[in-house]
Structures are given as C-alpha cells and as structure tokens.
Design a binder for this molecule. Sequence first.
Ligand code: FHN
Length: 445
Amino acid sequence: MKKNSLLIFILLLFLSLSLNAQYTPTKENLEAREWFANAKFGLFIHWGPFSIPGDGEWVMQQRNITVKNYTRLMDFFNPEKFDAAQWVSMAKNAGMKYITLITRHHDGFSMWDTKYSDFNIMNSPYHKDIVKAIADECHKQGIKLFLYYSLLDWRRDDYSYWTGRTGQGTGRTVHGNWSDYIKFMENQLTELLTNYGEIGGIWFDGYWDQTAPEGAADRTPKVDWHLDEIYALIHKLQPQCLIGNNHHLSPLPGEDFQMFEQDLPGENKSGLSYQKPSDLPLESCVTMNNSWGFNITDTSYKTPKQLIDLLVKASGYGANFLLNIGPMPNGVVQPEFRERLAYMGNWLHTYGESIYNTKGGYIQPQKWGAITQKGDTMFVHVLNDSSTTIALENFPYKKITKAYLLKDNSSIKTSLKNGALDIEAIKMRDDEPDEVIVLICKNKA
Ligand code: FHN
C-alpha cells in the first residue's frame, strides 16, 4: 500500500512537471501574435546614460569602465529635450505599429521608477519615469509598447559574471547569489507589467552571455536562467504579452515570437543567426547606421532605399522589421534618423497595403525583389532592375485576372503557362525604391 502511494505520488509529480514544461498560449496571446505578425514595422529605441559618451551602448564593456566610475553617468543623465509625445508621433508617422523601448540594458540602468535598484532614472537629475512617459503616450496615441529587458548585467554582484562572456572588466570581486538575481529580475518585471498598462511584449536579451559563441555546437547556458518561472510570471501578469528572447537560438518553450539580429530570417549575414526561422511570428531588428546606442562618429547611415529593401524583404519572409534609433543624450533624435523615418512613412502611405496584414511570399525573397500576399492578391516588389522578364516558377494559381502597378494602376503584361508566370521587365526609377506589381489571382493550382 505504501509502495502504491509512493508510485502514485511520483506519477503525479511527473505529470505536473511535464504539464508545466508544456506551454499552451492563451486565446489573448494567440490574438496578440496575429496582431504582431500583421503589424510589420516597429521602432527600436536604444537610449539611456550609455548615450552620454557617444560611443554606443557597449561603452562600459568596451572601455572596461568600472562600476564605480560608470555609476557617475547617472549624475549627468538629464535629457531636458526629451518629448515622449514627439517620439511616439514620429514612430506613428513613419508607419510603425509598435515601439520596443530599452528599459534596462546590460549596463543595468533602469529607465523607470523601480524599488529594486538605486541605479535608476529617479536618482538622475532628470528624476522622471521615462518608461511611464513613453507608455502613457503609446496608450494615448494607440501604438503598442514592447519592453526590452536585459538578462545580462555588467554591474550587479549577484549576476553570474564569473561564468559570463562579458562584463569581466568592471571591477567586481564579490560572487553574489544567483537566486537573488533571478528574484530581482522577477520583481522588476512585475513592476513593468503592473504599473504601465498593457504591454505588447517583453524583448529579452543577454542570454547569450552565458553560452558558447554563436555557431558553436553546444550552446547550453552555464546558468539556470529559470525561464519557465519567468515566462510563467509574465504570462500570468499579462496573458497577451508576447515573449521574445534574443538568445540567437531556436525558440525555447514559452516564447511567442522569434527575432533575428542585424539579419533577415535565415540569412545569417551577421554571424549571429545560425538558428532556423520557426513557425512563430518573426522579427528582424536592424540598426540605421552600425550602432544601436548613440554613436557620435558613426555616420554609416543606410540609405532610404536600403531601408525600404529591408522592410520589403522582411515582409517577403513573413517577418516584422524593427528599425533602431539611438537618440542623443539630450533626448533629441538626430536629423539623419528623423529624415529616414519620415521617408519610410511617406512610402508606406502609398504602398502600405502591400506590407501591412500580408503574409510572406510563396517563394522567398530573390535578387530582383520579394513577394507579399494577402488572400488571392499577390504583391510582386521589384527592388532591382529586371532587365529581362521576372519568371515565377510553380506559380500557385491558374489564372491572373488583373495585373497592374500599385502606384498608378497602369497595367502590366503577364503570361501564365504550365505553372510558370512571366512578368514584363520593369525599368526602375531613381525616385522609386520599389515597383509594386499587384496580381489579382484566381483558381489555386
Ligand atoms: O548586446 C546587445 C546589443 O547592445 C543590442 O541591444 C542588440 C539588439 O539586438 N542585442 C545585443 C546583442 O545581441
């Protein structure tokens, strides 16, 4: 009898453990995923005291600034020109549907009024909660807010820096308690998910600090990140809140979207993305120059045409495009960024229907451009001169009822024979980054 009860107990324990490990997204969460997959374009904002030296957000690590010296940046962070309403409307006018804001980067500075760390905005001369200002404006202007949160910390003693890949030069000597660090993160995440209204998603980063470099065969983390516990807490506090983790691995249980850094899904030009695109909603995050945080000497701005190509190709892969800005320490977004965002907004004003609410093309982006689809309408985006006709093999429809240029409705010649579609050559114009051909299709092949 005793033996039987023990067996039943073990069985129940096993059942409950495996149920916990299995993540079933709620209805709200599935709806939020659908919204996200249709949103297509977001603004990433890397900003904080790390912006002050004008040397990117990794300045602490790259210049081996000690915790003691780095902490002084808090005394200078006073972005008197910061205007949340302006930033949010700038994103909206760019055609963006969400903002992903740094709340705490690897330097550990909290951009909100947190009870759990003194290194926070309320102890700076600015003394106002930046997360709140942006959250309030996002809610007011009807744009979703995602929060970036670093798992890695270059200041705290209880972060397992001694097993990490970075943060060795910041002068820490004490080995703190890892479980304190997990509790600290849970407390902070609870604040973020309780005090700032509806949050679209949590965007984690820094997991990779505890793994072998990208591309290594074994990337098992050296610490237990307690992700099951952390993810369950987030989904309990806000079931619709999407979780993404920039670990540069395939999605882990409990995650709701998958991101690719400085890359389109599956391309791995950055060397960070060996993982394959999954069935979850996808996102590509990209910088406008070569820096995430404000960098005073980095003038390698992508051209508006390059940015449109990235947005279109991301959509062609069925992914969102999260475009980054690194505002200046005084709260001003430099003109080179503002001009490019305005350009994107203008372009989307005309061509938005070929991007928003679309799915990736039946073939992946090609040298000449990419395809997006909405029901039986196909948008063929010609991004590079097609000196000969565009040939689409294995075309998934038997008939084209109409083919025309989206910008002026002028008709386009097509010929569909034996499952192969030929589209007449398009001559690109300098002022048009993308010639969008609309194909109204009928009868699935
Ligand atoms: O180290 C960060 C980096 O500063 C930046 O935040 C990017 C954004 O994708 N992610 C990390 C590197 O993987």
